[in-house]
Write a protein that binds this ligand. Structure first.
Ligand SMILES: Nc1ncnc2c1ncn2[C@@H]1O[C@H](COP(=O)(O)OP(=O)(O)OP(=O)(O)O)[C@@H](O)[C@H]1O
Length: 302
């Protein structure tokens, strides 16, 4: 019999998972998984719970929560030699990663994906000592995601990000950076840079339209110095994925990226504050095996 460990955030989203826990345990038991569950107690606890699940040699770890919880669980698994397969039950406010994997929002359908057993190894990003699955970056505008209080995030959802973004536009300042990527060098004044592992982030569905999650490289997007009007124009283009041709955008793929600046710049890692520059990014090729719907595998192949 296989053993599964659920790590769930009881405060995530609308506390939807707690009510379904007993049914989820039954569903997994019936499918042949001996299952236990850990409710997280606060920031960082999902990482510790995931480390413990590795030590206890669980076959499968299931992260139930939003992107924050999944990120924490990945941080517990990624540095280990033995890494259990990871299932996802998306019950957060933002579920960018689950959406990128086509995992259904319905809790029991998401559990079915794990039971069906199709899985695929995906790349994980590492920046300094932290891991990420979606995106990391820096620049004034990327700071907005964690400046939105989480209460407001829950109430207003994505809208909060945009409102905060507009409010911050006047304070946008270019920063001079030096970016080394796979032996190449870029040095210029920029508004922001993004290191992406997936193609849809924070409402931008086509930020890096061709980004693949299992090719061992990041999509590096740099927005060079602009004025506010140009910034809005390019952001509008980005909403429909038409920004890559713009002369102010630099778009390359790279496995290893190093970003430095003489000025202070905060890093954002999967939507949370991630310390200050310098940042050294490494793509860990197909590092964690995720349960995904069969349709996701078929789509990736075509
Ligand atoms: N018991 C808890 N009480 C308060 N906060 C918690 C608890 N357990 C975990 N957390 C914190 O809540 C953060 C956010 O959780 P999570 O991502 O699951 O849900 P969310 O806030 O609903 O959605 P999202 O982060 O996708 O917007 C986690 O990164 C974690 O640090």
């Amino acid at each position: 019999m296989k053993r599964a460990r659920i790590i769930y955030n009881p405060t995530s989203g609308r506390e939807a998972f707690k009510k379904e826990l007993a049914d989820v345990l039954r569903q997994l038991e019936q499918a042949g998984y001996e299952t236990s569950a850990h409710a997280t107690t606060g920031a960082g606890d999902a990482t510790e719970a995931a480390k413990l699940a590795v030590e206890r040699k669980y076959d499968v770890v299931i992260a139930a929560g939003g992107d924050g919880t999944i990120n924490e669980v990945i941080n517990g698994l990624a540095e280990k030699e033995y890494r259990p397969k990871l299932g996802i039950i998306p019950v957060g406010t933002t579920n960018d990663f689950a959406r990128a994997l086509s995992i259904p929002r319905n809790i029991h359908k998401a559990v079915e994906v794990i039971i069906d057993g199709f899985s695929t190894p995906l790349d994980i990003g590492k920046v300094n000592d932290e891991y990420f699955m979606n995106i990391a970056g820096g620049g004034k505008l990327t700071e907005l995601t964690y400046e939105v209080p989480s209460k407001q995030k829950t109430l207003l959802g994505q809208l909060a990000y945009y409102l905060k973004g507009i409010e911050m536009l006047p304070s946008l300042k270019p920063i001079n950076v030096k970016i080394e990527y796979d032996g190449e060098l870029f040095e210029d004044d920029i508004m922001l840079f993004l290191v992406s592992n997936t193609n849809s982030v924070g409402g931008f569905e086509k930020l890096a339209p061709d980004a693949k999650m299992d090719d061992g490289v990041f999509d590096l997007l740099i927005l060079k110095k602009t004025n506010v009007a140009e910034f809005i124009r390019i952001a509008t283009l980005a909403l429909r994925g038409a920004h890559l041709e713009d002369e102010r955008i630099v778009h390359v793929t790279a496995k290893h990226i190093k970003v430095e600046s003489d000025e202070k710049m905060q890093l954002n890692i999967d939507g949370e504050f991630g310390g200050l520059l310098p940042g050294e990014f490494t793509n860990l090729y197909q590092h964690i095996e995720f349960f995904v719907p069969k349709e996701f595998l078929e789509k990736e192949e075509s």
